[in-house]
Design a protein around this ligand. Structure first.
Ligand code: ADP
Ligand code: MG
Length: 613
């Protein structure tokens, strides 16, 4: 073909072979909230073209000067244009026809086809791969000026107004590379604000591998640390990077550098944040997903297991399909492999930290406790791994692994049926009396106060059929760890009947259940307990966010039938005298549990005064 030296008007017009006539308005409307991704798409294309020319040069397929390869993004408010210029491999007119007219537009067509079947637009909005066509989301006309690196190539200029027709002409462009000019549409003028463009570049392009200049400044880091070899990095590099990502967060506890290239490609760094409060820990959107250094999204649901979303940092993988619906992701085999890989890495890291320095691990336990339990509850494989490092703390502040703990308590805390009974308290202050009773018996008591602990305990009991966990106030001490030898009941049959009658009446007032058991003289005459099962159901319905499950608070009134003061109740002559003493004993029981308040407390004080007088 003869080279056209003087500028020729249109040498070709044509129709893009799309079947859907009006793709443009459909795409524009459906992607309203995501219009900003046009810049990510165009800059990534410029990066691709730049990497291709570098590759051709390295492999001797391009012998010319590479020159300065940086990509320049610029904006002109007056001309209402945004320009993305690269010095990549460029395109010939034929290539524009092939790659833009056919490929890019067929991608858009496919998009529209898919869009028709999707009920929830959100499912595909923001997906990757809309590519070059996304330029039309913000432009009335798009112009490509390009010169291919190929010897003897001629400059080409293509314009299209988003309809299915285009013009293509040759030019005398002498600079290798491509310049995309967007004539910004009237409804998208916001994108002419340089602050807005800068924000978008910062979000999507901050770690792209080729320098990108905007308003005289390079806006990106071309070699982010997650792409580097872990052995070349020091702690301070990881901490620095963390600060860059989350400038206001306290230093992370530790991190994991992900680095695999087979059977899938994955790099990244996951940080364990220092959790300031437990609910905050359950916040999502803290991991950023990249594909070859291009930011894709910070909502990684279905890619990373739910409980790992407590982590922060970056994962970068070209093997995660981004142009499919979110629910499909879970079944994608690469996604599953990646997710399993991350889980295993996290487990390995925790194991390593625990083995290397138990004391240091214990110091950090408070911050990873919820995370580990959440993981154990949601992932069986992780639960198996975690058995090695999941810790429990007793009321004296001593830490044990579960196996160590079971071993330490098994002698005293195995009940008459051979079941191991693990005792715990959730609040040291208010459950102090119960803890003291248990300790008097030589039992050990764990301190469990995390939001997930009732779920966690449930899981432990499920996995260990020969084990039961009981909060110290769930039963009277003799029943907590039921043993063969019983305390003696010192009441006669007649006395029992009399006592029960009085307390039944009092319990009715407070909607309590009455039980009787010889607890020994050391215990209070009346003990108040909260049945484990009901209490746990109630707690779990709260953490599962089920406000409708209305489990009432349930209390038991246990009459200590080996206590002399209970005999005295029976011995009182009149019903009034019996009731007065019974009330006093009940109130003492309630008082020891912080359950005596309001008028009942006033009445108790007055009654006590009169008794003393
Ligand atoms: P993809 O990037 O996924 O291939 P796009 O729609 O973004 O799809 O781009 C279509 C094609 O147009 C690219 O594959 C490439 O061949 C060509 N192209 C787009 N932008 C450029 C550019 N700046 N330089 C060279 N070729 C480009
Ligand atoms: Mg592209």
């Amino acid at each position: 073909m003869a080279k056209t030296k003087e500028k020729q008007p249109t040498i070709e017009t044509g129709n893009i072979s799309v079947h859907t006539e009006n793709i443009f308005p459909i795409i524009k409307k459906s992607l309203y909230s995501d219009h900003e991704i046009f810049l990510r798409e165009l800059v990534s294309n410029a990066v691709d073209a730049t990497q291709k020319i570098s590759y051709l040069s390295r492999t001797g397929q391009f012998g010319g000067e590479l020159g300065d390869l940086k990509i320049v993004v610029s904006v002109s408010k007056d001309a209402k244009t945004i320009t993305i210029r690269d010095r990549g491999l460029g395109m010939t007119g034929e290539e524009i026809k092939k790659y833009i007219n056919q490929v890019a537009f067929s991608g858009a067509e496919e998009f529209v086809e898919k869009f028709k079947d999707v009920k929830d637009a959100k499912e595909i909005i923001g997906q990757f791969g809309l590519g070059f066509y996304s330029a039309f989301m913000v432009s009335s006309t798009v112009e490509i000026n390009t010169l291919s690196y190929q010897e003897g190539a001629e400059g080409a200029r293509w314009t299209c107004d988003g309809s299915t027709s285009f013009t293509l002409e040759s030019t005398d462009r002498s600079d290798r590379g491509t310049e995309i000019t967007l004539h910004v549409a009237e409804d998208s003028l916001e994108f002419l604000e340089s602050a807005r463009l800068k924000t978008i570049l910062n979000k999507y392009c901050k770690f792209l591998p080729v320098e990108i200049e905007f308003e005289g400044e390079i806006i990106n880091t071309t070699d982010p640390i997650w792409r580097k070899t872990p052995t070349n990095l020091e702690d301070k590099d990881y901490l620095e990077f963390f600060k860059k990502l989350y400038p206001f967060a306290p230093d992370p506890l530790f991190w994991i550098h992900l680095n695999v290239d087979y059977p899938f490609e994955l790099t990244g760094i996951l940080y364990f944040p220092k959790v300031q409060n437990e609910l905050e820990a359950l916040k999502k959107d803290r991991i950023q997903l990249y594909s070859r250094q291009v930011f894709i999204t910070d909502s990684v649901e279905n890619i990373v297991p739910e409980y790992l979303m407590l982590l922060q940092g970056v994962i970068d993988s070209p093997d995660i399909p981004l142009n499919v619906s979110r629910s499909y992701l879970q079944t994608d085999s690469n996604v599953r492999k990646i997710s399993n890989y991350i889980t295993k890495k996290v487990g390995d890291k925790l194991k390593e930290l625990f083995r290397d320095d138990r004391n240091k691990f214990i110091e950090k336990w408070g911050d990873v406790d919820t995370f580990v339990k959440y993981g154990m509850l949601s992932d069986e494989k992780f639960a198996e791994q975690a058995l090695e490092f999941c810790l429990v703390k007793n009321t004296e502040g001593k830490y044990f692994t579960l196996a160590e703990y079971r071993d330490a308590i098994k002698d005293l805390q195995t009940d008459k049926d051979g079941k191991l009974v693990i005792l715990y308290a959730s609040e040291l202050e208010s459950q102090n009396t119960y803890i003291a009773s248990a300790k008097k018996k030589g039992y050990d008591v764990l301190h469990l106060n995390g939001v997930l602990d009732s779920h966690f305990i449930g899981k432990m009991e499920q996995d260990q059929s020969n084990e039961t966990w009981k909060r110290v106030d769930s039963e009277s001490i003799d029943k907590l760890v039921a043993k063969e030898e019983e305390q003696v009941d010192i009441l006669s049959e007649e006395q029992s009947k009399a006592v029960k009658e009085v307390f039944d009446q009092l319990a009715l007032e407070r909607r309590m259940m009455v039980q009787a058991a010889p607890l020994g003289e050391d215990e209070l005459p009346i003990v108040i307990t909260r049945p484990e099962f009901m209490r746990r159901m109630r707690e779990m319905s709260v953490t599962s966010g089920n406000p409708n499950a209305n489990f009432p608070e349930m209390l038991n009134l246990v009459i200590n039938t080996s206590h002399p003061l209970i005999v005295k109740v029976a011995e009182r002559k009149t019903p009034d005298a019996k009731e007065k003493l019974a009330r006093q004993l009940l109130d003492l029981g309630l008082l020891s549990q912080n359950l005596l308040t309001g008028p009942s407390l006033t009445e108790f004080i007055e009654r006590s005064m009169s008794i003393i007088r």
